[in-house]
Design a protein around this ligand. Structure first.
Ligand SMILES: [Zn+2]
Length: 308
């Protein structure tokens, strides 16, 4: 609500220690809101009100804490806030004016902690002899305020319901998140276990790798030795082959020599045979001679014995 400050000539500062107990309803009776504004600000003005309403327009002439010269009753003035409404005998207040009035009065009742009823909201004529507020319907204003209150209460209840629903959703979400958190924690533990296992495996693999590197190194050494031995063996093979060739040559020479010797041997044998044969016949001859000599000798022996 946009309240436009206008000010007024006639008012009393403060409320002489009184508190606001009533809201007083007026009508302008003739002209409109601008007429009332001009009236309260004319030179020699001797009346005023706190507020004036025309449709959605709200003028303020006197501050809430000050006393307006409005109801024709001094104590009444000090204990009330007066509101003018744009209405005349041939022009009733518009629905918009009523609605704006209801809003303003509601906020004032809230400000001064006043109940919304006919004990609080009074017509000008309650205080003094006047036709004011004319056609203004106070019960209509009260119903509008209560309706607004009801609407406000319903809106608030709806808001509360929505907030409760939202709260429930959030609770649900928190629960889901907590469940998820638990799951993640379990998963985290599992993954941690896997990681520990993997680390151990890596350690084992590293040891294996070291072992393999050692084995490879040994194999390399072995390989080098084998290569050396192989080289030596090939050298030996070459030497053996050349020796074999020499031996073969030597063997064939020996064979030739053997053949020659064999021929010589045969010749010798043949020659020997001849000499043996001749020796044999010589022996025979000698034997025969010996036999004859023996015979001759034995003959001589016999003759010697015979002589005796
Ligand atoms: Zn009045």
């Amino acid at each position: 609500m946009n309240i436009i400050w206008k000010g007024a000539k006639a008012f009393t500062k403060g409320r002489e220690g009184k508190t606001v107990k009533h809201i007083v309803i007026h009508w302008v009776g003739q002209g409109d809101l601008e007429t009332a504004n001009a009236w309260f600000n004319r030179s020699g003005a001797n009346t005023s009100a706190h507020y004036g309403i025309e449709n959605t327009r709200v003028y303020q002439w006197v501050k809430d804490e000050d006393t307006a010269w409005a109801v024709g009753n001094w104590v009444g003035n000090t204990e009330s806030i007066s509101i003018e409404h744009s209405a005349t005998p041939d022009r009733p207040a518009t629905e918009e004016t009523y609605k704006t009035s209801a809003e303003l009065i509601q906020s004032l009742c809230t400000k001064y902690n006043l109940p919304v009823n006919t004990n609080t909201i009074k017509p000008h004529k309650f205080y003094s002899a006047t036709s004011c507020p004319g056609t203004m319907d106070i019960n209509k204003i009260i119903k509008l305020i209560q309706g607004e209150d009801m609407t406000k209460i319903e809106e608030l209840e709806e808001d509360i319901n929505k907030l409760e629903a939202t709260l429930e959703e959030k609770r649900q979400k928190i629960k889901e998140l907590e469940d998820e958190k638990d799951k993640f924690e379990d998963l985290y533990k599992m993954e941690l276990g896997k990681i520990t296992l993997a680390k151990e495996m890596i350690k084992t693999l590293e040891n294996d790798k070291q072992d393999l590197a050692n084995s490879k190194f040994e194999l390399n050494n072995l390989n080098e030795k084998l290569a050396e031995e192989l080289h030596m063996l090939s050298l030996v093979k070459l030497r053996v082959e050349s020796e074999k060739e020499e031996l073969e040559i030597g063997f064939s020479q020996l064979q030739d020599d053997y053949e020659v010797l064999k021929g010589k041997y045969q010749d010798c044998v043949n020659a020997n045979k001849a000499s043996i044969l001749s020796e044999l016949s010589l022996n025979q001859l000698l034997q025969e001679i010996l036999t004859r000599v023996k015979n001759m000798l034995s003959i001589k022996q016999i003759s010697k014995e015979g002589v005796r």
